[in-house]
Write a protein that binds this ligand. Structure first.
Ligand SMILES: Nc1ncnc2c1ncn2[C@@H]1O[C@H](COP(=O)(O)OP(=O)(O)OP(=O)(O)O)[C@@H](O)[C@H]1O
Ligand SMILES: [Mg+2]
Length: 364
């Protein structure tokens, strides 16, 4: 079994650059994990630490339950696919794919068979005699993947492998990657800053910021119950509406007072808020609100984005707060109109304004 674990792993680069800080993470055997975060947050470093290309200052790296800190990369039973493909230009596709096997002393006949079988899997059979400069970006990408697969490692580490592909090819390759992972039953850890990619591929997403893990969870949990304001704002397009304000108690009921006000009688019932009269940030997804003539939040619509299957209305509430609201694809609302919207109380999230942590009994 090839589960991958990091326990309290810290990595500093020369010049006191803290790239990864006290990272603890566990990826089960056969899981597709995605490390997600903005540029510079330490994703590649984490992958390189698992691969053995970097050494941690502190902490343990485990593969299959064994600490592998002392093992060189080639002894870790894993393969890494880099963003840049890193194909050898003077070698054919077949030679590129077979190179790792040759280095490991796999007999030529077996190597040839494995390269053929992998090429078949990836639709590369016709291209085996070509050289990298005779391939498209997507084909090079598949050769880089093939070079990893042919070795049959237990763990695949993929560093932004799809970022050089155009939008359509990227979508197709994501589907292929998923199929491949199920077929190989390998443990996949993929790095991306693209939240759509993470949501589509991952069994489990680990969100990172400034070298620290923010939250680990299923795509559904990350989306519906973000652990803090950073995760809430990073995942989702358009992003979650985040409105600073206060929770106040008046007439025996809770209300939110910010750039706009909302009565929240159900909060008392659910005991969701430990401390009323505290500064918070109210969060709700665009789809938690709907256009309704009886709505109690007015919105001056400034822009209508038509995504075909859905529309998004962007505008400002009475106090100036900017909001984005999902609307039916058939909605006739136009920019310049003033509408009213209803925000579903059960889909509201609350964050501590000081720490950014989500408040609520279901916080993990
Ligand atoms: N060899 C290095 N020497 C010094 N600092 C480095 C080195 N490699 C990375 N860093 C720094 O460590 C931090 C994390 O880098 P890393 O490459 O892991 O980020 P990343 O999340 O992969 O970003 P990106 O999405 O841009 O690839 C960054 O601040 C980066 O500048
Ligand atoms: Mg990177």
């Amino acid at each position: 079994m090839a589960e991958v674990g990091l326990k309290g792993v810290t990595k500093t680069y020369p010049g006191d650059v803290l790239a990864v800080s006290d990272l603890t993470l566990r990826v089960e055997h056969g899981q597709f994990a995605v490390l997600l975060g903005p540029s510079g947050c330490g994703k590649s470093t984490t992958l390189r630490l698992i691969a053995g290309l970097e050494e941690p200052d502190r902490g343990e790296i485990l593969i299959g339950g064994e600490v592998v800190n002392h093992l060189p990369p080639q002894k870790r039973d894993l393969a890494m696919v880099f963003q840049s493909y890193a194909l050898y230009p003077h070698m054919s596709v077949a030679q590129n794919m077979g190179f790792g096997l040759k280095m490991r002393g796999v007999p030529a006949a077996e190597s040839r068979d494995r390269v053929r079988a992998t090429a078949r899997l990836l639709g590369l059979e016709e291209l085996l005699e070509r050289y990298p400069n005779q391939l498209s970006g997507g084909q090079k990408q598949r050769v880089a993947l093939g070079r990893a697969i042919v070795r049959k490692p237990a763990v695949f580490l993929l560093d932004e492998p799809l970022s050089n592909l155009d939008a359509q090819l990227r979508t197709e390759t994501r589907v292929e990657l998923l199929k491949l992972q199920r077929q190989l039953n390998g443990t996949f850890i993929l790095v991306t800053h693209d939240q759509v990619e993470a949501m589509m591929l991952a069994d489990v997403i680990a969100v990172m910021k400034d070298g620290t893990l923010q939250q680990t969870g299923t795509p559904e949990a990350i989306y519906a119950k973000p652990a803090n304001l950073f995760v809430a704002g990073f995942v989702g397009s358009p992003p979650m509406n985040l409105v600073p304000g206060d929770l106040v108690r008046e007439d025996g009921a809770c209300s939110f007072r910010g750039e706009f006000s909302l009565r929240l009688p159900q909060l008392d019932r659910d005991h969701r808020i430990p401390e009323p009269n505290s500064p918070i940030v109210l969060g709700f997804r665009p789809e938690a609100a709907r256009v309704s003539s009886s709505g109690d939040t007015r919105l001056q619509v400034e822009l209508v984005e038509n995504r075909g299957s859905q529309k998004f209305l962007y505008g400002s509430a009475d106090g100036g707060q900017r909001l984005s609201i999902a609307a039916d694809p058939g909605s006739s609302v136009r920019s310049g109109e003033t509408i009213t919207v209803t925000i579903a109380p059960e889909n509201l999230l609350f964050f501590d304004a000081a720490t950014g942590t989500r408040i609520g009994p279901e916080t993990v």
